[in-house]
Design a binder for this molecule. Structure first.
Ligand code: NAP
Length: 346
């Protein structure tokens, strides 16, 4: 076959506020690849099928001299994140043609690797239940791992505990809500539109509200006190949760998206309540628990998804050209479910 396009998404400029598609990141179609004949020299060639678009990617759009838990993107290089690809050709006995591999991919249509470990957290997916591959970047990918590992490690729920979840309509929040309901908890959850509130109700949430039209503190004081707070947004919601927390409540600090795009974010006023109410705050990143929980996760969660015991929704964009808008959607709350980019069909 003649050489074909090998499109990429390059990081172009560090944004000061929200990322700007076409400026922060640019789509580049200048490279070609001959997938049938490109010489592998012991490597394997993967066609990228689906990529995950996550809130934390905003934190990687920074000056690399600023230290963080995640690597900064390099100006002029392809952006990268978790995805699923299919092996087209292999001269490496770690994978064979037709294998589907979860791992960390450059935002590029075709890519070769020498070792599977280059894909970081790589996994050849068995997918015995025949789930769509996109599920492995959502409820069975980073977002699902985050909800599962954080809940199992820290929540220690008792029947009847009151749990508050912010960004409840997203993949992390909606999975946490379902785990909390399975544990017999009462769940309060917030989201940023009426459509998302309806989704929260359909997902088993006992008290669902739109934080843009109702005051979070009023809802929590009426429906609380809260025993477990799953924090995805920080800021004013975190402050309200401190005020409405029960004695000895646990705060699971998963993310603080309200501060990701805004240098002048909300100042939390209720920090003294952490000692006054003997609260425990657990901050974590999902990678802390990968080794501890990954096998259990892949054993249990894909099966629960297949059996409908854990439900999920996806918000799909098509083609690498859509990555910029997809990233902005997640930061602005325009996504309705797990945001993914389908790069190619099988
Ligand atoms: P997501 O829900 O798909 O997308 C983020 C959502 O945050 C948006 O849809 C929006 O929903 C909400 N949001 C945006 N700006 C907001 C603001 N200023 N105030 C309140 N809400 C805002 O994301 P996700 O993948 O499930 O991730 C949820 C959280 O988990 C994020 O904070 C993320 O960084 C964190 N996370 C942490 C780890 C970890 O290892 N600790 C791993 C993965 C994800 P609304 O329309 O409801 O506002």
């Amino acid at each position: 076959m003649a050489p074909i396009r090998n499109g990429r998404v390059l990081f172009n400029e560090i944004p000061s506020g929200y990322p700007e598609p076409g400026k922060t990141m640019v789509y580049d179609d200048s490279q070609l690849i001959d997938v049938d004949n490109v010489s592998l020299n012991g490597r394997f060639l993967i066609k990228v099928l689906v990529l995950s678009i996550d809130p934390y990617l905003r934190g990687r759009m920074r000056d690399p001299s600023i230290k963080s838990y995640s690597m900064a993107f390099k100006i002029g290089a392809p952006m990268d994140n978790f995805g699923v690809g299919v092996v087209l050709r292999s001269e490496n006995d770690q994978v064979k043609a037709g294998d589907h591999v979860y791992g960390f991919y450059p935002f590029q249509e075709y890519v070769t690797f020498r070792e599977i470990s280059e894909l970081r957290r790589a996994r050849v997916l068995k997918n015995e239940g025949g789930l769509p591959w996109s599920v492995y970047v959502g409820v069975c990918g980073l977002a699902g791992h985050t909800a599962h590992h954080g809940w199992v490690e820290f929540a220690k729920p008792k029947q009847g505990d009151v749990v508050f979840v912010t960004a409840g309509a997203g993949p992390v929040g909606s999975t946490v809500i379902q785990l909390a309901k399975q544990a017999g908890c009462k769940v309060i959850a917030s989201a940023g539109s009426e459509e998302k509130v309806d989704f929260l109700k359909s997902n088993g949430t006992d008290v669902a509200f739109n934080y843009k039209t109702e005051k979070t503190l009023d809802v929590l004081l009426k429906e609380g006190p809260i025993d477990i707070y799953w924090d995805n947004v920080g800021g004013e919601s975190f402050d309200a949760a401190l005020e409405a927390a029960a004695w000895h409540a646990r705060f699971i600090e998963c993310g603080m998206i309200s501060a990701y795009n805004n240098a002048n974010s909300y100042t939390v006023k209720n920090l003294p309540l952490i000692f006054a109410k003997s609260l425990t705050l657990y901050g974590f990143t999902v990678m802390d628990f990968h080794d501890k929980y990954a096998e259990r996760f892949y054993e249990e969660v894909p099966r629960m998804v297949q059996e409908g015991k854990i439900k999920y929704t996806e918000d799909v964009s098509f083609g690498l050209e859509s990555v910029g808008e997809a990233m902005l959607d997640v930061q602005m709350g325009r996504n309705k479910g797990k945001k993914i980019v389908v790069v190619a069909d099988e």
